[in-house]
Design a protein around this ligand. Structure first.
Ligand SMILES: [Zn+2]
Length: 530
């Protein structure tokens, strides 16, 4: 039966266990503890810390977790049912779960007859006893027990009676919740619906759902299971996990809470969803997915001019939810698809008063289209775009004049290359002439320019380059091809992007470098006057 709106749905996070089984993902015990603290503050109900029998890192995590005081979440140790033919109290795996000292245990057992025969190499009856005994034993030790019915949906498709009998065994043992797992991740939503209905009909009691994303349906299958009666959802932050990953809690939670009205986490936590997603990406050392639903940088980005004018007048025209409620923001992208609305929106972001009838709007749009045609791209270079707007509006004069520059690259007999740049600039009639070396021409140029300007503008000492990208635009033209240089700079607080385009890489870099310094000087002046 579909739970009524307002029903509490327990959120069970397995980022630290299933998530770390994803290829290329490693977390130290310290990382795991930090993520667990974050999840606890965020308000998830369960944090599956790992499999204490599997590695020393997990043991270390549980050791530290024992003495930590958790605000809300219950830390959970994971493991399998007892081995065939021995008493539960003599099973090493179960002993390790108890030794982890957690209030909750998750124990997984086989639901698929094929696995019982082929993987466990035991009888169907013994598997049922293994499930019941293991759950009962952990319950007798005072633990809350989550029973994970591994391969439930595949087992149920192959041998429905047996799969349902395994759930009944877990219920007899006293499981607090029985979790139906789509372990291979290949089920379709209607199969999940039928499986949950069957499980609910055969052995009443709280049901949970654990899905994987092999058919890209991890989130959809979780939602369908809740609509069929599951009150406990398992998944990982950003969907990291084995193969194609687990159900992504970063999407599951807002869908359940905002679209269906269930209560998963405290409402005040939802605006921190994006922060949680980025924190886990950071610690797992994965670049955040800019296209990730709800929290990605582009999740609420508007590019086409018609979309932008509509969304500014009435956000629901092209946004499924207001971005702020999941900690995201609306972003308007400037590009040759842009119309007036994009330019006006950006101008407003810059604090400029630019009504749509001003002639500058058309001038800016014309320039933008010409520049993009020439190979410029402002999507990653918002500082260059701001300078373009302010120059057109007569609000920005160059802070220095270039009198001349020279860049030399020298290569010695042993292959070592050195670059040297010398530059002459004037600021309010005063000239400065400097030179600097670098490990390449752009590095040397950057150092020489900043050295020349530091005397006049000491603040630029804090500016440094954090990223430098070169893209060849028309590769067919061989050495005459144009290149686009994108630079990211920082002053330790903000970062900004600038762009340059030329057939000469040094010239393209020069344009981007100049914009970068002009931008920081401009914004400092604005701050000083505001
Ligand atoms: Zn799993």
């Amino acid at each position: 039966m579909t739970p009524a709106a307002g029903t509490r749905i327990a959120v069970y996070d397995t980022t630290l266990r299933d998530g770390t089984q994803g290829a290329g993902i490693t977390l130290s015990a310290q990382d795991k503890l930090r993520i667990a603290e974050h999840l606890d503050e965020f308000g998830v109900d369960y944090i599956e810390g790992g499999w204490p029998g599997s590695n020393p890192k997990d043991l270390e995590f549980f050791e530290q977790a024992r003495t930590h005081s958790w605000r809300h979440a219950r830390v959970t140790a994971f493991g399998s049912t007892r081995r065939p033919g021995i008493a539960a109290e003599h099973d090493e795996n179960l002993r390790l779960i108890l030794a982890a000292g957690t209030p909750t245990a998750a124990v997984f057992g086989k639901s698929w007859d094929l696995h019982v025969r082929e993987a466990l190499r035991t009888t169907l009856e013994e598997n049922l006893r293994m499930i019941e005994d293991s759950v009962r034993y952990l319950k007798s030790q005072g633990l809350e027990v989550v029973y994970d019915a591994e391969h439930f949906f595949d087992g149920w498709k192959g041998n429905p009676d047996y799969a349902l009998a395994t759930l009944a065994a877990a219920r007899r043992g006293g499981a607090d919740v029985v979790v139906l797992c789509d372990t291979n991740g290949g089920c379709l939503p209607f199969e999940i619906r039928a499986g949950v209905d069957a499980a609910g009909g055969a052995s009443p009691g709280p049901l949970g759902i654990h899905t994987h994303n092999d058919g890209e349906l991890g989130v959809a299958n979780t939602i369908v299971a809740v609509r069929a009666g599951a009150v406990h959802v398992q998944g990982t932050v950003n969907g990291i996990g084995e193969r194609c990953g687990n159900a992504n809690l970063i999407s599951v939670i807002p869908n359940l809470q905002l679209k269906l009205g269930y209560e998963c986490v405290p409402p005040a936590s939802l605006p921190r969803l994006g922060e949680l997603a980025r924190f886990v990406s950071e610690l797992a050392n994965i670049a955040p997915d800019e296209y990730q639903p709800f929290v990605g940088k582009n999740a609420f980005a508007h590019k086409g001019g018609i979309h932008v004018s509509a969304v500014m007048a009435h956000p629901p025209t092209y946004e499924h939810i207001p971005p702020e409620i999941v900690g995201n923001e609306r972003r308007v992208v400037v590009s040759d698809l842009s119309g007036r609305a994009n330019v006006l929106y950006k101008a407003e972001e810059m604090g400029l008063d630019l009504s749509k009838d001003r002639p500058e709007v058309r001038q800016i749009l014309t320039q933008l289209k010409q520049l993009e045609h020439a190979g410029f791209q402002f999507e990653g270079a918002e500082a260059s775009f701001e300078l373009l707007v302010r120059r057109t509006m007569g609000q920005h004069r160059p802070t220095f004049t270039l009198k001349g520059l020279r860049v030399m690259v020298e290569k010695g007999p042993h292959g070592e290359a050195v670059a040297e740049a010398s530059i002459r600039v004037s600021v309010d009639g005063q000239e400065e002439h400097t030179a600097a070396e670098g490990n390449g021409p752009v590095h040397a140029l950057d150092r020489a320019l900043r050295k020349a300007l530091e005397r006049f503008y000491p603040d630029i000492r804090r500016v440094r380059l954090v990223d430098y990208k070169v893209r060849v635009l028309n590769a067919d033209a061989a050495t005459a091809a144009k290149v686009r240089v994108l630079i990211q700079s920082t002053d330790g607080v903000r970062t900004w992007g600038t762009v340059g385009v030329s057939e000469n890489v040094v010239e393209a870099s020069w344009q981007a470098l100049v914009d970068s310094l002009e931008y920081v000087l401009l914004t400092e002046r604005i701050e000083a006057f505001s």
